[in-house]
Design a protein around this ligand. Structure first.
Ligand SMILES: O=c1[nH]c(=O)c2[nH]c(=O)[nH]c2[nH]1
Length: 295
């Protein structure tokens, strides 16, 4: 006899933009985000018996997201996700968990003639600020904040040697290589008891995002990296030390390879080892190194 083992449903890719207008200074601040709402609860009969009476339409979830964005601050995204998720479990008695994901896209203020422009912005990269908030009835709010798609490269200061060498190995030991990755990093907060607890700590979210980003940049740049594994572990350690309210830090880093090109076949041109200048960036395959570091 088949049985529904797990179920959640909702609206994905809810795109929204909000402008905050400071009338005194005539300065606008803009936010663009992509929201996903997924609900869980006593919804089994909608799957097993075509009982739509337990379904809050995904269209209504989209409407609710727009209305809540109008009536509440959308920044920081941790708070907005918590406000929205709490609404769903409080409004609908048969809904017990709301999973809210927010992806915040970058709009960075332009500088014109040396001055920040009041209403013009540009997209300075594909990096996103991400939040997953799970609002769970009787438990609280679990939040993972993070950074994704932050593309970085260093042209030296990275090594990789003394790894397993056997009959499957062709990679030579390398003492100076290019290191490039697209940073996907996250930090999980100790569970918040509810929306009031999230609101009390609201200042921590921007502060910790800034610190985590700064630590990622600083260690990436300054470390003589012996491996992606060790560098990401050190980043995680520093983020844990910087913010006591975090229980775990995770990184997922693709190793985007840049291959040397031997051009010696052309008039003895030297382009390998210490003479390497022109490389071939590889789109695939790539290494993929992940870790979660806890206290
Ligand atoms: O930093 C690295 N870690 C690895 O596990 C690995 N494997 C590999 O081929 N190159 C690298 N680089």
């Amino acid at each position: 006899m088949p049985k529904l083992a797990a179920a959640r449903y909702g609206k994905d890719n809810i795109r929204l933009y909000k402008v905050e207008k400071d009338e005194a200074t005539k300065t606008h601040t803009v936010y663009e985000m992509t929201v996903c709402v997924l609900l869980e609860g006593d919804i089994e009969t909608s799957y097993t018996q075509a009982d739509n009476s337990v379904i809050v339409a995904t269209d209504s979830m989209k409407n609710t997201t727009y209305i809540f964005a109008k009536q509440n601050p959308v920044h920081p995204p941790e708070q907005f996700a918590s406000i929205l998720g709490t609404h769903f479990i409080e409004k609908y008695k048969h809904i017990h968990t709301a999973h809210i994901s927010v992806i915040q896209h970058r709009w960075t203020r332009m500088t014109i003639d040396g001055k920040p422009h009041p209403h013009s912005f540009f997209r300075d990269g594909q990096e996103k600020r991400v939040v997953q908030a799970d609002v769970i009835e009787g438990k609280g709010i679990e939040i993972r904040s993070g950074i994704s798609d932050l593309l970085v490269l260093k042209s030296t200061g990275s090594e990789f040697h003394h790894f397993v060498r056997d009959e499957f190995t062709t990679l030579p030991d390398v003492y100076d290589r290019i290191l490039s990755t697209s940073v996907d990093a996250g930090w999980k907060w100790f569970t918040f008891s509810g929306l009031d607890a999230v609101k009390r700590d609201v200042a921590l979210f921007d502060e910790t995002w800034t610190k985590a980003r700064e630590i990622t940049f600083r260690l990436f740049a300054l470390e003589e990296s012996p491996s992606v594994q060790n560098t990401m572990y050190k980043m995680s350690e520093e983020i844990l030390a910087a913010q006591p309210r975090i229980q775990t830090v995770d990184y997922s880093l693709p190793n985007k390879h840049y291959f040397e090109i031997d051009l010696s076949w052309h008039q003895g041109l030297k382009n390998t080892g210490k003479d390497a200048e022109v490389y071939a960036p590889q789109s695939d395959p790539n290494g993929l190194i992940k870790c979660t570091v806890t206290r």
